[in-house]
Design a protein around this ligand. Structure first.
Ligand SMILES: O=C(O)c1ccc[n+]([C@@H]2O[C@H](COP(=O)([O-])O)[C@@H](O)[C@H]2O)c1
Ligand SMILES: Cc1cc2nc[nH]c2cc1C
Length: 358
């Protein structure tokens, strides 16, 4: 798979900055909203036409994880499917935030083990298998499944953009997916499980110790299988191989969807820990995607900060969220819309007859 993600054209920067600076405000006074307007203009490849963030969509990718059976979460795998039903019925936190901020919501079944028996235009069936296998013991999925997941993710993002979405926010749902995300991060950042594993949904001390040991076991398994002695040597694995070893169907589909979103020139709003791991994998596939990332918030999951630091990112919000579902991304959408609105419609000094200030 070859992704054609345009590098942002820095030569537009000076003109965009002028558009921002002629607005009726002291220079730089809209702080991070100004950088956001700059980024959105560069993504839209324009300095003199209106930006668009009217139609925002959150895509929640849902799937299950074999390692859940080892008790690494506060909840069993059944809850993934039950939460999917909750999303479709409008009862989850993400539904509240989407409603109040007029965001479209689509839920993608990427591999839920106990899928609810419901049909809805908001539920997209991209099921690959009934969850992954237990990564502590064997590969999560086959290479064919990893490839298929990336392709399916790309398809859903393309369809949303063809239907007129301006901005896509990414969310996840999957019991035990922080174990998979932490294991992936061990390889991506060459760090031991001790550094990358957090408490996910809020597990006990005992479960936390067990989770760290299992994630470390998963890493040791991959090292042995690929005849490596050191984590840093695993950087020879392709992102397909990495996802097949330690990933999840929702994580792999997000990777494809993010790459396609950037390829089609739209911003990628990154939610919390799991989504950020998918973003890091997408970045390893094509580094140009980094310019399209808008990091919505800093999750309370401890290793999220390491990923934000990796990208030198200043997330828009710091609310101690650790829910997932795209909740942080949904809460950041009004800020994105606000950046677009001031860029498009705030009066200039000239129009408002205000003498330019220094
Ligand atoms: O997005 C985050 O930062 C985040 C942090 C902790 C937990 N979660 C959510 O909680 C679930 C995974 O947690 P766990 O403990 O089951 O691995 C999954 O549905 C995630 O969406 C999400
Ligand atoms: C209830 C519940 C809701 C969630 N939403 C995202 N992950 C979740 C995990 C649980 C357990």
């Amino acid at each position: 798979m070859n992704w054609q993600i345009s590098k942002l054209n820095d030569s537009l920067k000076a003109n965009i900055q002028t558009q921002i600076d002629i607005k009726t405000k002291p220079l730089g006074s809209l702080g991070q909203l100004e950088s956001l307007a700059m980024q959105l203009s560069l993504i839209a490849q324009t300095h003199n036409t209106e930006l668009k963030a009217e139609r925002c969509t959150i895509l929640i990718f849902a799937a299950d994880h074999g390692i859940a059976d080892a008790g690494v979460s506060i909840a069993p795998s059944e809850v993934t499917g039950q939460m999917v039903a909750n999303f479709i019925e409008g009862g989850a936190a993400i539904n509240c935030f989407c409603r109040v901020n007029q965001i479209n919501l689509k839920v993608i079944d990427a591999g839920v083990k106990f899928p609810p028996n419901i049909q809805s235009e908001h539920l997209i069936n991209q099921w690959i298998s009934a969850g992954t296998l237990n990564i502590a013991e064997q590969s999560a999925m086959t290479l064919t499944q990893a490839t298929k997941a990336i392709e399916k993710g790309a398809c859903v993002a393309k369809a949303q953009i063809e239907q007129g979405t301006d901005v896509i926010g990414f969310g996840d749902m999957g019991i035990a997916n922080t174990s998979s995300a932490s294991a992936l991060l061990c390889v991506l950042l060459a760090q031991p499980a001790e550094q990358t594993v957090g408490r996910g949904t809020g597990i006990s001390d005992e479960q936390f110790e067990c989770k760290k040991a299992l994630v470390q076991q998963a890493i040791e398994r991959v090292l042995i299988k690929h005849e490596k002695t050191d984590l840093s040597q695993l950087n020879s694995l392709s992102m397909f191989e990495l996802l097949a070893e330690l990933g999840g169907f929702e994580i792999a589909q997000m990777v494809g969807a993010m790459l396609k979103t950037a390829e089609l020139g739209k911003p990628v709003v990154v939610d919390g820990f799991i989504v950020s791991v998918a973003a890091l994998i997408a970045y390893k596939v094509n580094q140009n995607i980094a310019d399209y990332f808008i990091f919505a918030h800093q999750s309370n999951e401890q290793a999220h900060l390491a990923i934000l630091n990796y990208f030198d990112a200043s997330p828009l919000l710091q609310l101690n969220l650790r829910l997932g579902e795209g909740t942080g991304a949904a809460l950041a959408m009004p800020l994105i819309k606000s950046a677009v609105e001031f860029y498009n419609h705030m009066a200039t000094f000239e129009h408002a007859n205000i003498s330019a200030v220094g």
